[in-house]
Design a protein around this ligand. Structure first.
Ligand SMILES: [Zn+2]
Length: 91
């Protein structure tokens, strides 16, 4: 018997590989003296640099404000998806 009576599989949300893994400013590319551990201001361009773990590979990356809100949205989408399917993406 075909098991097509099952709940249709829903694909995991699209995750983006954004942000910087190195210690350079995501706005101007200027190398920072020390890799920031939390939100900081670039001494070169004065923009706020965000530090977040991205859901794509769970790496901590340096992000622009816009990228940080994208990451937040992806985490939310991933949470909703995990709840709905009872799965985590790493399985
Ligand atoms: Zn900068």
């Amino acid at each position: 018997m075909p098991d097509d009576h099952k709940v249709p599989k829903s694909p995991p949300p699209k995750l983006s590989e954004i942000g910087r893994l190195d210690s350079a400013c995501p706005y101007c590319g200027e190398s920072l003296a020390k890799r920031p551990e939390r939100k900081t201001v670039c001494p070169s361009c004065r923009n706020a640099i965000y530090v977040r773990m991205r859901p794509f590979d769970r790496e901590r990356v340096l992000l622009t404000e816009q990228q940080a809100s994208k990451i937040e949205a992806e985490w939310t989408a991933l949470q909703i998806w995990s709840k709905r399917t009872g799965r985590t993406r790493s399985e």
